[in-house]
Design a protein around this ligand. Structure first.
Ligand code: RIB
Length: 342
């Protein structure tokens, strides 16, 4: 069935298209009350929905936001998207969600798709390993078209864009310090992609906690992953060989991989290996050994990113503001206190 247009309403009401347009746009001051009521009744009866693109051509606004995420199979991003969607809907905005599969070139492609569709603003979580030169190309494009945008989660705190993220280094420090306070000294770390600032900062937090405790850092206890579960599976095997008693995995997906690898190797968690993750995604509380991890308020980050973007769209706010959330340690049962065994 074709979409209902104002021509259909005009024909059914026996009035001109102009009259219908004036009534539906609230400019009906010189139109008889009876006619107004008839037009509105017919529009509701036919379930008329204004053509947003047509409206956008006039108002230069489509009430649509683009949201570009790297991996919607990771529920961290699902939660962020839910928060963003809720805040957008609260303000009568819709969201177009793009998933880049952590492929930087897709960031650039989707930015162009969203700009072509006339979105009013964009929220970008940059993908990939952070080393790719596509990311700067994305920023250049956004600056050139002067489209309001907000970076979320993976941002360079020193860069000149509005952004919403977590204090990543503090999160890495808290995670590692918790293992140290439970008597662990040979602590492995499976990092995210170190070309990405949030991964690098979590690793810096790990290093800071190790050195603050007077533990000699051993590069052999560190492996660089890319935030995917298979990194945890494969890279932890090498760390087991290095005799670590605990592993800080820089996101929960990799922590699940570490756990699976330990089980396959006959290593008991937490009796023989302690694990701490990062994100606190929904499955971590329900894992066979509920995961101790660092909580990221992903839902709230999504809401806040939309709030920031709407303020930019409405020209109410200065750009370049960073909103940085505090990490929270969530203690469950994947860490054993080995203090008495030392
Ligand atoms: O789990 C995916 C990771 O990538 C999260 O830690 C989040 O911070 C994102 O950057």
């Amino acid at each position: 069935m074709d979409r209902i247009t104002i021509k259909d309403i005009a024909s059914r009401a026996g009035v001109s298209v102009t009259t219908v347009s004036l009534v539906l746009n609230g400019k009906e001051h010189r139109i008889a009350q009876e006619t107004k009521k008839k037009i509105i009744h017919i529009a509701n009866e036919l379930d008329y929905r204004p053509n947003q693109l047509a409206i956008g051509l006039i108002t230069k606004r489509t009430n649509t936001i683009g949201l570009i995420l790297p991996d919607i199979s990771n529920s961290f991003f699902g939660e962020l998207a839910k928060g963003a969607e809720r805040k957008a809907a609260e303000n009568n905005f819709n969201i177009i969600l793009c998933n880049t599969n952590d492929t930087p070139v897709k960031d650039y492609e989707y930015l162009n798709v969203l700009l072509d569709r006339g979105v009013d603003g964009i929220i970008l979580v940059p993908s990939g390993r952070g080393r790719d030169d596509t990311i700067p190309k994305c920023f250049t494009l956004l600056e050139q078209c002067q489209k309001p945008f907000v970076l979320a989660d993976r941002i360079k705190v020193g860069d000149k864009y509005s952004g919403v993220t977590l204090d990543q280094e503090e999160g890495g420090y808290i995670a590692t310090d918790y293992l140290i306070n439970n008597g662990h000294r040979k602590i492995g770390c499976v990092t995210g992609p170190l070309g990405m600032l949030n991964a690098y900062l979590r690793y810096q937090g790990y290093r800071k906690a190790i050195e603050t405790a007077g533990i000699v850092h051993r590069p052999k206890w560190v492996r660089e992953g890319s935030y995917h579960i298979e990194d945890g599976v494969e890279l932890s095997k090498e760390l087991f060989q290095e005799g670590v008693s605990a592993i800080f995995a820089c996101n929960d997906m990799m922590a699940y991989g570490v756990y699976q690898s330990a089980v396959r190797s006959g290593i008991k968690v937490p009796d023989q290996l302690s694990i701490v993750g990062f994100d606190d995604i929904i499955f971590s509380q329900f894992s066979e050994v509920p995961l101790t991890t660092i909580h990221q308020p992903a839902y709230q980050m999504g809401e806040t990113a939309v709030e920031k973007l709407l303020a930019l769209i409405m020209n109410k706010e200065e750009k370049n503001e960073k909103i940085i959330f505090k990490p929270e340690l969530i203690i469950r049962s994947s860490v054993k206190d080995v203090t008495s065994e030392r």
